[in-house]
Design a protein around this ligand. Structure first.
Ligand code: HEM
Length: 514
C-alpha cells in the first residue's frame, strides 16, 4: 500500500469523524437549544397575551413597569401598586419587563377563589430552593402533606403556652439593651435589634435553646439580608432569564451559593448539637415537651424510616428564616407606627399599665394575652398597613377564571397581600391612615374574612401564626410599658420589599423611659 493511499484513507476517516460529530452530537444539541428557546418564547408570548387582557399600570415595551418604580421594590413600587388597585380593585397585570408579566389579584373575592383553586408553589421561588430546599414553605404534594401533619403538633396551644416565658425572658433582655441606649440618648436601628431578639426566641423555642453566639447571629441576619436582596434582583438579570445555571457562574450567583452554604452549615451545627445533647442527657433535661427540632429528629414515616438528614436541615432552614424575619417585620413596623402616633402609643401603655398594676412583676402571662384588645388592634392595623409578607405566588394546577378571564393551568398568579390591604374598595379612601379602630369588633363583623390576610389563608396558611401573634403581643406590651418610642425625623423609614417588608437603610428610632 502506497503512503499516498494511506494518507487519503486517514483524511477520509477524519472527515467522517467530523461529520459524525456534527450529525451525532452538535445537531441534537443545537435542536435542543432551539426547542428550549422556542418553547420559552412561546410561553412568554402566551403570558404576554394573557397579561394584556388585564388592566395594568402604564408600561414601557422594554422596561415594563420598572421605569415607574426605579427598578426596585421600594416606596415607588408600592405607590404604583396602590394606584393600580385604586383604579382596578380586583386584578391587574404587573410588567416586570416589556415581555415578563404577572397576573396579580388584590380583592377578597378574587383571592378567596384563587386560594380555593388547585395550585402549587410557583416556579418564581425556584432560586429559594437552593437556600430553603424542600422545607414546608416550598414543598408541594405528598411531601408537604406529610411534613405539615408531622409538624402541626409543635404549634398546639399546650406547647405555645410554654413559650410565653421565653418571650418574657427575651423581652427583659431587650429592655436592658434599650435602657443603655436610652441612658446614652442614642438614636438606634430598630430592625436589627428586633431581628436579634426574634431570632433568639425561635432558637430558644424551636431549637432547644440558644445555639448561636451573638456574633453568629449578627452574621446570620446579615447573610439572610444579602440572600433576600440577591433573590429579588435575579429576575432582572438577563443571564438569569436565559439560564439559572449560567447565573450561578456570575459573581452574584457565586455569592448566593456561598451564603446558602453558610446558612446550611449553621443549621447543621444546630442539628448536630441537639443530637449530641439528646444522646448525652435524653430529652428530659428541660421538660417533657417535644421541641420542634425533636419532632424532626424523632419522627417516623409509616414505613418506620425517619426523615433524612437533608429533610431535617431543610426544615431547620425554613423555620429559622420564616420564624424570625416575618415577626421582626411585624413588630418593628408596629413600634414605628406607634412612634408616629403618640396618642395610640399612650392608649396601649395605659392598657398595659392597667393590666400589670398590682402584679408582682412586669411579666405577661398566657392568660393575659386576650386582655390586651387595644394593643392587638394596633398590631393588626400595623400588619395591614405594612403587610409583613407583601406578596405570595402560586402556579395554577387547573384553568381558573379570574374576573371573566381564563387563566390556563400552569400560569403563575401573584396574590398581593399588600394590594389587598390597601384596596380602597375594602378599606376606604383613607387606607394609608393608621387607624386601629378598623379592628374593633363592631367594624370587623361586616368585613369579608378574606379582607385581612397577613398570614394568608386556606391549607397553605402560616403554620406559625399563633406563635407569632403571642410573641409580638408579649414583646410589644413589655417594651411599651417601659419606653416611649419616637421616630428620628431626619431619617424616616422607607419600605423595601425583600420577601418580607423591610426598611431600606434601616428604621431609626429613639427611646426614653416611660
Ligand atoms: C408576623 C409573623 C408572620 C407572618 C406575617 C407570616 C406570614 C406567612 C404567610 C403569608 C405565609 C404563606 C406563604 C405562601 O403561601 O407563600 C406563611 C407561611 C408559613 N409560615 Fe409564616 N408568618 C409569620 C410568622 C411565622 C412563624 C413565627 C413561623 C414559624 C415558627 C412561620 C412559619 C411559616 C411556614 C413554615 C410557612 C409555610 C406553611 C405551609 O406552606 O404549609 N411563620 N407565613
Amino acid at each position: 500500500m502506497s503512503t499516498a493511499f494511506l494518507f487519503e484513507m486517514a483524511s477520509l476517516v477524519e472527515l467522517l469523524d467530523a461529520k459524525t460529530i456534527l450529525v451525532g452530537v452538535l445537531l441534537p444539541v443545537l435542536l435542543y437549544v432551539v426547542s428550549v428557546v422556542l418553547k420559552s418564547v412561546l410561553w412568554r408570548w402566551k403570558t404576554m397575551r394573557l397579561g394584556s387582557r388585564f388592566p395594568s399600570p402604564p408600561y414601557h415595551w422594554i422596561y415594563g413597569n420598572n421605569h415607574l418604580t426605579d427598578g426596585t421594590f421600594g416606596e415607588k413600587y408600592l405607590s404604583v401598586i396602590r394606584d393600580v388597585v385604586e383604579n382596578h380593585p380586583r386584578a391587574h397585570s404587573y410588567w416586570m419587563a416589556g415581555f415578563i408579566t404577572g397576573v396579580t389579584v388584590t380583592h377578597p373575592e378574587t383571592i378567596r377563589q384563587l386560594l380555593k383553586s388547585q395550585s402549587k408553589k410557583s416556579a418564581v421561588y425556584a432560586t429559594l430552593q437552593l437556600w430553603l430546599g424542600n422545607g414546608l414553605f416550598l414543598s408541594d404534594g405528598d411531601q408537604w402533606k406529610v411534613h405539615r401533619r408531622l409538624l402541626t403538633p409543635a404549634f398546639h396551644f399546650d406547647i405555645l403556652k410554654q413559650y410565653v416565658s421565653v418571650y418574657n425572658r427575651e423581652a427583659t433582655e431587650m429592655i436592658s439593651k434599650l435602657s443603655g441606649i436610652a441612658d446614652r440618648g442614642q438614636v438606634f436601628e430598630m430592625f436589627q435589634e428586633v431581628n436579634m431578639c426574634t431570632l433568639e426566641v425561635i432558637l430558644q423555642c424551636a431549637f432547644s435553646g440558644g445555639q448561636m453566639s451573638d456574633e453568629t447571629k449578627t452574621e446570620y441576619i446579615a447573610a439572610i439580608r444579602k440572600l433576600k436582596v440577591l433573590f429579588m434582583q435575579m429576575p432582572f438579570n438577563p443571564i438569569y432569564q436565559l439560564s439559572s445555571s449560567a447565573y450561578n457562574w456570575l459573581p452574584s450567583g457565586r455569592e448566593y451559593t456561598r451564603l446558602c452554604k453558610f446558612i446550611h452549615d449553621t443549621a447543621e451545627s444546630i442539628i448536630a448539637k441537639r443530637r449530641q445533647q439528646l444522646k448525652r442527657n435524653g430529652r428530659s433535661q428541660r421538660n417533657t415537651r417535644l421541641d420542634f427540632i425533636d419532632i424532626l429528629l424523632s419522627s417516623r414515616y409509616e414505613d418506620g424510616t425517619g426523615l433524612t438528614d437533608m429533610e431535617i436541615r431543610e426544615e431547620v432552614d425554613t423555620f429559622l428564616f420564616a420564624g424570625h424575619e416575618t415577626t421582626a417585620s411585624a413588630l418593628s413596623w408596629t413600634l414605628y407606627s406607634l412612634a408616629q402616633h403618640p396618642h395610640h402609643q399612650d392608649k396601649v401603655r395605659e392598657e398595659v399599665n392597667h393590666l400589670l398594676s398590682g402584679m408582682e412583676d412586669d411579666t405577661i402571662q398566657w392568660e393575659d394575652l386576650h386582655k390586651l384588645p387595644y394593643l392587638t388592634m394596633c398590631l393588626k392595623e400595623s400588619m395591614r398597613l405594612h403587610t409583613p409578607v407583601p406578596i405570595i405566588v402560586r402556579s395554577m394546577l387547573e384553568d381558573t377564571v379570574i374576573d371573566g378571564v381564563t387563566v390556563p393551568k400552569g400560569f403563575e398568579i401573584y396574590i398581593s397581600l399588600y394590594g389587598l390591604h390597601h384596596n380602597p374598595a375594602v378599606w376606604g379612601p383613607d387606607h394609608m391612615e393608621f387607624d386601629p379602630s378598623r379592628f374593633c369588633p363592631e367594624r370587623m363583623k361586616d368585613r369579608d374574612p378574606h379582607a385581612f390576610l397577613p398570614f394568608s389563608a386556606g391549607q397553605r396558611n402560616c403554620i406559625g401564626q399563633n406563635f407569632a401573634m403571642n410573641e409580638a403581643k408579649v414583646l410589644l406590651a413589655r417594651l411599651i410599658h417601659k419606653f416611649v418610642f419616637e421616630v428620628d425625623p431626619t431619617r424616616p423609614a422607607q419600605k423595601e420589599v425583600l420577601i418580607v417588608m423591610c426598611a431600606k437603610g434601616g428604621m431609626w428610632m429613639k427611646v426614653t423611659p416611660a
